[in-house]
Design a protein around this ligand. Structure first.
Ligand code: CP
Ligand code: NVA
Length: 327
């Protein structure tokens, strides 16, 4: 049966650990030899992007090329997707020619529709609700730096009702980390996501825990907290994360910039986190808004390692979805 990746919760924790192991191997191989075996020779990835992108698009395009496959970039302005014909017909047609689809759009429900009508895997390349490719990479990057995920405190400061926050929150719970989210009133995480996280928490904190090969430490179950106080969220955090205050599709830019003033990640806020805490941002970043230059360009920032890892992690994801069995 085909696998889709619309939410980070579509993969099991075990599958994600396998993807991380392959991503690590691919990263090492690329740095050492500059090339990979053409493991995806003859495979085609269709990219449907209704919103702008740098990292997601180039990591998928370059990643497929490095694995011997190819990509077809479908700009809705050329193809008329969403205007010229019904989406279910588009999904069926692409599904009959390509091997996998990645979609970035404004409406998560449309991704669900594509997954229903296309007989091939569908990847969420960012929707209004989730950004699972980013969360997968962020967790990999944290694991690379901290050598563990379980028991860590991941603090997210800014717009909680945000695709990046949602996927990272779900992913944190899947790995036994604590997710603390600080946002102004009215910008807390989507209730549907919080409900999903609570259901996952029950699973991961209870019955699935003893089945994991990973050794779980006592009293280090996952938890999530939401607060209006950034200091409370960041206190003793291992990882501090933020994202733009104005996501693609948000129309109330000026109002948001005023509302989020107290949620800037600056040196004073970073001092409340652990001494060895890292700073993460999916990029694009707006210096002087959600983060100061001292933080994003400072010693604790891993934002460019995080950006580069999109390439390695998504190659492993493509292998997992297209071949099932990994290396
Ligand atoms: N972080 C991220 O998804 O970047 P792009 O919007 O440039 O793809
Ligand atoms: N939350 C941002 C992420 C960009 C990668 C947006 O949706 O615009």
């Amino acid at each position: 049966m085909k696998k889709d990746f619309l939410s980070i919760a579509d993969l099991s924790t075990k599958a994600i650990w396998e993807i991380f192991a392959v991503a690590k191997k691919l990263k090492k191989e690329l740095k050492a030899k500059g090339v990979h075996e053409p493991l995806l020779k003859g495979k085609s990835l269709a990219l449907i992007f209704e919103k702008q992108s740098l990292r997601t698009r180039i990591s998928f395009e370059i990643g497929m090329a490095q694995l011997g496959g190819n990509t077809v970039y479908l700009d809705p302005r050329d193809t008329g997707i969403g205007v010229r014909e019904e989406d279910k017909d588009v999904a069926k047609v692409i599904g009959s020619m390509a091997d996998i689809i990645a979609i970035r759009n404004h409406n998560h429900a449309l991704l669900v529709l594509y997954a229903k009508y296309a007989d091939i895997p569908v990847i969420n390349a960012l929707s209004d609700i989730e950004h699972p490719c980013q969360a997968l990479t962020d967790l990999f990057t944290i694991w690379e730096v901290k050598n563990k995920l379980q028991g860590l405190k991941i603090a997210y400061v800014g717009d909680g009702d945000n695709n990046v926050a949602h996927s990272l929150c779900i992913g944190s719970v899947m790995f036994g980390a604590t997710f603390a989210c600080a946002s102004p009133k009215g910008f807390w995480m989507n209730q549907g996501i919080v409900d999903k996280v609570k259901a996952l928490q029950r699973i991961f904190n209870n019955w699935q825990r003893p089945r994991q090969k990973v050794k779980w430490l006592k009293n280090e179950c996952s938890s999530i907290t939401e607060t209006i106080n950034p200091k409370e969220a960041v206190k003793n955090a291992d990882v501090v994360v933020t994202d733009t205050w104005v996501s693609m599709g948000d129309t109330d830019k000026e109002e948001r910039v005023k509302i989020f003033q107290e949620y800037q990640v600056n040196s004073a806020l970073m001092k409340l986190a652990k001494k060895d805490a890292i700073f993460m941002h999916c990029l694009p970043a707006y210096r002087g808004k959600e983060v100061t230059p001292e933080v994003i360009d400072g010693q604790q920032s891993v934002v460019f390692q995080e950006a580069e890892n999109r390439l390695h992690v998504q190659k492993a994801l493509l292998l997992f979805l297209l071949k099932g069995k990994l290396l």
